[in-house]
Design a protein around this ligand. Structure first.
Ligand code: SF4
Ligand code: SF4
Length: 484
C-alpha cells in the first residue's frame, strides 16, 4: 500500500520537472513558464542499475585520470595536442599530414555512433559519458554526502543562513573547486601531454603564463558546469541528445515506460488485489512519482522518450523498488523498444541499421588499409620562398628547397634523398639526415641540374626518400630554369 508514501505527489510549488497533462511538449522540465531556471533536487537512486554504474564509474575514473600517465613506446596513450598539431592514439603519433586517417577515423566514429544509437539509444550517455559520470556519480554524490538527499537539500536551501549552513555550502563548493582543478589539469594533460603539464607545475610560473591561464580557465569552466550548469549541458549544449530524434526509431532500445502495463495509472486502493485492480482497468503504475523524483533531468519518462533523457536508469531503479513493495514484477520502466512494448518484438536488425553497419565495415576496412600502408616517413619539399634559380660557375642551374621530414616511427631513422626522374645532384645542407623518433625535421636542399636536361621554364622533378636502400616516400615538386 503506497498511498501513504510521502513522495506520492510533489508539492504544488515544488521546483521539480513534472508537468501535468501534455504540457511537457511545450516546456522543458528545468524552466518555468517565464523561462527561469528550475533548480532540480533529484533523489539519490538506489538499486541494481545504480550499483552497476558505481562499479563502472570506478573503472572509468581510473581510465580517465590515469590515461595521461600511461605511455606506450614513450608516447602518451592519448594526446590531442592541438597547439603543436601532434596527436597520439595508443602510443602512435599522428601528424596533420595524416589528414586522410583523421577524416576516415572521424567518419568511422560518427557512423559508429549512428549505428550504436540506432540499436541501443543513449547507452553511452547513461553509463560512460564523462559529463554524466562526473556529474551524477562524483559531484552529485559529494552533494548527497555533504547536504543529504533531495529533501534535506531543499530544506537546507530554504533555511536561513547560519554558520552550519555556510560551513556545509563552503565545504561542498571547496570540494567542487578542488575536483574541477584536477579535472581541468587532466584535460590539459590530454592536450599538451603530462610532461609539459609537469613543467608548468614545477617551473617558474612566469615561463608558463599561457599554460597557467588555461589551467585556471578549465578549472572555472568545470566548476561552472558541475556546480551550476549541470543537466543543462546535456539539454542545451550536447548535440548528441538532439541527434537522437533522427537516429532512433521504434526498434531502438531505450529506457522506456511500459504504458500498456502501467496504464490506467492511479493509487492502489487499500486491500485491493491485482486482479481487482485489473478488473477496474487499473495498471501497475501507482502514480507515485518516484521515477520523476530521481530523474536528474527532471522529466517524467511516462510521457515517452524525450530529448532530455540521458538513459541514466535512475527511474528504472526507482520504479523497480516500488514494484517490489507492491509485489508486482519489476520492469515497468525498463530497457525496451517501442515495438517491444507495443508488439512484444525483440531487438532486430532493421534495414537502416544494416545499411549503417555496411558503411561502418567499409570505412573500417579503408581505415585499416590506410594504417597498414601508412608510410613511416612523411616529407614535403617546397621551393624556398622568394628564391629564383641560380647559375653555378660550372654552368648548371640550381634551385633551393625547404625540406620537412616527419619520422612517424619510435626509432631514429637515417634517410637519404635521391633525384628520381632526372639527372642532377641533390645536396642536403647540413649533412646527413638522421630523423629523431616521432619528430619533424627541417632542412634546406640544393638541387643542381644541367640546362640541357631542363624543359623551358618549369621542369617537374621527383625526389625519393630512402632508408636502408628502400624507398619510403616520393615527393613531386617543380624545378625552375631559364626560358628557352
Ligand atoms: S512508473 Fe513506477 S515509479 Fe513512476 S509513478 Fe508509476 S509506479 Fe511510480
Ligand atoms: S527519464 Fe529515467 S533514464 Fe531518463 S534521465 Fe530521467 S531518470 Fe534517467
Amino acid at each position: 500500500m503506497l498511498q501513504a508514501h510521502p513522495n506520492l505527489k510533489p508539492p504544488p510549488a515544488e521546483p521539480a520537472g513534472q508537468v501535468e497533462g501534455t504540457d511537457f511538449r511545450d516546456h522543458i522540465a528545468t524552466a518555468d513558464k517565464e523561462g527561469r531556471r528550475v533548480w532540480l533536487y533529484p533523489k539519490q537512486p538506489r538499486g541494481r542499475f545504480y550499483r552497476a554504474r558505481i562499479w563502472l564509474t570506478w573503472v572509468l575514473l581510473a581510465v580517465m585520470f590515469g590515461g595521461p600517465f600511461v605511455k606506450i613506446n614513450g608516447n602518451p596513450l592519448l594526446m590531442i595536442n592541438v597547439v603543436e598539431r601532434k596527436f597520439s592514439v595508443v602510443g602512435v603519433i599522428f601528424w596533420p599530414q595524416d589528414n586522410l586517417v583523421f577524416a576516415l577515423g572521424l567518419l568511422l566514429f560518427l557512423t559508429g555512433i549512428a549505428v550504436f544509437t540506432a540499436a541501443f539509444g543513449r547507452l553511452w550517455c547513461g553509463y560512460t559519458c564523462p559529463q554524466t559520470v562526473l556529474m551524477e556519480m562524483v559531484f552529485r554524490r559529494i552533494e548527497y554526502w555533504i547536504e543529504g538527499d533531495a529533501a534535506a537539500q531543499k530544506a537546507l536551501h530554504r533555511a536561513p543562513w547560519t554558520p552550519a549552513k555556510a560551513g556545509r555550502k563552503l565545504a561542498k563548493h571547496a570540494l567542487f573547486l578542488g575536483l574541477s582543478f584536477v579535472i581541468g589539469n587532466t584535460l590539459l594533460a590530454y592536450i599538451i601531454g603530462i610532461d609539459a603539464l609537469k613543467a608548468i607545475v614545477s617551473d617558474d610560473p612566469r615561463h608558463h603564463l599561457t599554460g597557467l591561464t588555461f589551467m585556471i580557465l578549465f578549472t572555472l569552466l568545470f566548476y561552472g558546469i558541475f556546480a551550476r550548469f549541470r543537466e543543462q549541458a546535456c539539454t542545451f549544449i550536447c548535440p548528441y541528445g538532439r541527434l537522437q530524434s533522427t537516429l532512433i526509431d521504434e526498434n531502438t532500445i531505450v529506457v522506456a515506460y511500459d504504458y500498456k502495463r502501467g496504464e490506467q495509472r492511479g493509487h492502489w486502493r487499500r486491500d485491493e488485489t491485482p486482479a481487482q485492480r485489473a478488473a477496474r482497468g487499473g495498471g501497475d503504475c501507482v502514480d507515485c512519482f518516484q521515477c520523476v523524483a530521481v530523474c536528474p533531468t527532471g522529466i517524467d519518462i511516462r510521457n515517452g522518450t524525450q530529448m532530455e533523457c540521458v538513459n541514466c536508469t535512475a527511474c528504472m531503479d526507482a520504479c523497480d523498488a516500488v514494484m517490489d513493495k507492491l509485489g508486482r514484477p519489476r520492469g515497468l520502466i525498463r530497457y525496451a523498444s517501442l515495438n517491444g512494448i507495443e508488439k512484444g518484438e525483440p531487438l532486430r536488425i532493421t534495414p537502416r541499421m544494416a545499411g549503417y553497419g555496411l558503411i561502418l565495415l567499409l570505412l573500417g576496412a579503408a581505415l585499416g588499409a590506410l594504417l597498414l600502408t601508412r608510410s613511416p616517413v612523411d616529407a614535403t619539399l617546397l621551393r624556398a620562398p622568394g628564391a629564383l634559380f641560380q647559375q653555378t660557375p660550372g654552368g648548371r642551374i640550381s634551385n633551393l628547397y625547404l625540406l620537412k621530414l616527419t619520422n612517424k616511427t619510435h626509432r631514429e631513422k637515417p634517410v637519404e634523398l635521391r633525384l628520381e626522374n632526372i639527372e642532377g645532384t641533390l645536396l642536403v645542407l647540413g649533412g646527413q639526415l638522421n630523423l629523431p623518433p616521432d619528430q619533424q625535421t627541417d632542412a634546406s636542399v640544393l638541387v643542381e641540374i644541367a640546362p640541357d636536361r631542363l624543359a623551358s621554364g618549369n621542369t617537374p622533378i621527383e625526389v625519393g626518400v630512402y632508408a636502408g636502400g628502400q624507398r619510403l616516400h616520393r615527393i613531386k615538386t617543380v624545378f625552375i630554369g631559364p626560358r628557352k
